[in-house]
Design a protein around this ligand. Structure first.
Ligand SMILES: NC(=O)c1ccc[n+]([C@@H]2O[C@H](COP(=O)([O-])OP(=O)(O)OC[C@H]3O[C@@H](n4cnc5c(N)ncnc54)[C@H](OP(=O)(O)O)[C@@H]3O)[C@@H](O)[C@H]2O)c1
Length: 370
């Protein structure tokens, strides 16, 4: 049997990949082989290709959904035939990546959906589809990397614990970039799983949508006084900040908006920023800075950007608790974002990567079938 795959050309130039017939990967004992059905695009997919983070022969893409074909001998909790959403570190090493007929994934990157939750017959039509419960292969493909990112941030960096939920009822989290794919999931997890009050910074046009997902307040980040508005709403009780955009300017805004919090504050971001990236008040010593990199959830060191990045302390313990023990019971309460569904076929990855790289899709996840 052959395996059709979007294989990176390794040269950093569009179209980035070719569709090739490769062999079905052998399953390492700690991994899972998924027969893929649908895929989703993430900004990291084109970044890995454009910045040549992996070799020729790496497979493009991160997010997928499908049916488990084979389970490595050392993996428990998953079986052949399970319906899953999963993600892989695409564009980074040969043979690994989502956009292929048979993909290898790690259990910590895999969400098992109850068979009753996913309508396996339903194919979401090409075009725009609204946000809704995760009940199709398209919806299931749109959430895995985002949920891993939120899980790592909240469980390991922000150190949120579901057993402390009652203590979060009067505490705020500020999610900068509430309408990003990551932010849309972060708002829901903050609200539904941890019971936090949520302030989201997002464009005004997304305000009603984000409120429907659980944001208590949505502030338009393009308002000149956005930080002042957030400070007023938070009234000294914004203890957690999550910056899904992670420009120096947005991380600065996160810092400034939480500057009046009376107590320890944790500020997390997704692109390796820290205190030295922004202007801080040296007299304020109660701020801790986090940096989330979802690639680390397997517990392995990764080599992207400036050099080897090891997993942070307690990552596997904190994250696995969230991923395997907490998340499953909340999955039916979570919604995927609006979808932009492309034509079926791995070739659609080229259109998806271009739309993402050109920043043309807002508050939607680009998905397509294989
Ligand atoms: N470290 C990790 O593990 C990790 C994991 C996932 C993603 N990432 C990175 O995180 C970033 C976000 O990825 P994503 O897939 O979640 O995003 P995305 O869905 O592609 O984000 C699109 C949204 O960004 C919002 N946006 C743009 N500029 C903004 C600003 N200045 N302030 C607030 N919102 C702004 C827009 O919201 P409006 O429509 O409201 O304007 C737009 O709808 C990317 O750089 C990605 O590579 C990192």
């Amino acid at each position: 049997m052959s395996n059709s795959a979007a294989v990176s050309n390794g040269n950093g130039t569009v179209p980035y990949f070719e569709i090739e017939n490769t062999s079905i990967p052998t399953v390492p004992k700690d991994r899972i082989l998924v027969k893929t059905v649908a895929f989703a695009i993430n900004p990291t997919d084109w970044k890995h290709l454009a910045y040549k983070r992996g070799p020729k022969g790496a497979i493009v893409g991160s997010d997928l959904s499908g049916i488990i074909e084979e389970v490595g001998s050392g993996v428990s909790g998953f079986s052949k035939g399970d319906i899953v959403g999963a993600w892989a570190h695409g564009g980074y090493e040969k043979g690994i990546g989502a956009f292929q007929q048979y993909a290898i994934v790690h259990p910590s990157q895999t969400i098992k959906f109850p068979k009753s939750e996913i309508d396996v017959e339903k194919v979401v039509a090409v075009g725009d589809a609204p946000s809704g419960p995760i009940d199709t292969f398209e919806g299931a493909a749109s959430v895995p990397l985002g949920l891993s990112t939120v899980g790592m941030s909240f469980a390991n960096q922000l150190k949120l614990k579901v057993e402390n939920k009652s203590s979060y009822a009067d505490k705020y989290i500020l999610i900068w970039g509430g309408a990003t794919a990551t932010g849309i999931l972060a708002i829901q997890v903050a609200k539904v799983v941890y019971g936090l009050k949520v302030i989201a910074a997002a464009s005004k046009r997304n305000s009603d949508f984000l409120t429907s997902l659980g944001a208590d307040f949505v502030v338009d980040y393009s308002d000149a006084d956005a930080v002042a508005q957030i400070k007023k709403i938070g009234a000294g009780k914004i203890y957690y900040g999550f910056d899904t955009i992670s420009y120096k300017t947005t991380f600065q805004a996160l810092y400034d908006a939480t500057s009046e919090t009376d107590g320890p504050v944790v500020l997390d971001n997704l692109l390796g920023l820290n205190a030295s990236s922004i202007e801080t008040d040296e007299s304020k010593t109660n701020v801790r800075y986090g940096s989330t990199l979802a690639y680390l959830v397997t517990g392995e060191t990764v080599n992207i950007g400036k050099g080897p990045i090891p997993p942070p302390k307690d990552l596997v313990k904190d994250y696995n608790q969230f991923w395997f023990k907490v998340l499953p019971s909340y999955l039916p309460k979570l919604k995927h974002s609006g979808l932009k569904v492309l034509k079926p076929g791995l070739e659609s990855a080229a259109e998806g990567l271009a739309l993402s790289q050109e920043n043309k899709v807002k508050a939607q996840k680009i998905v397509f079938r294989g």
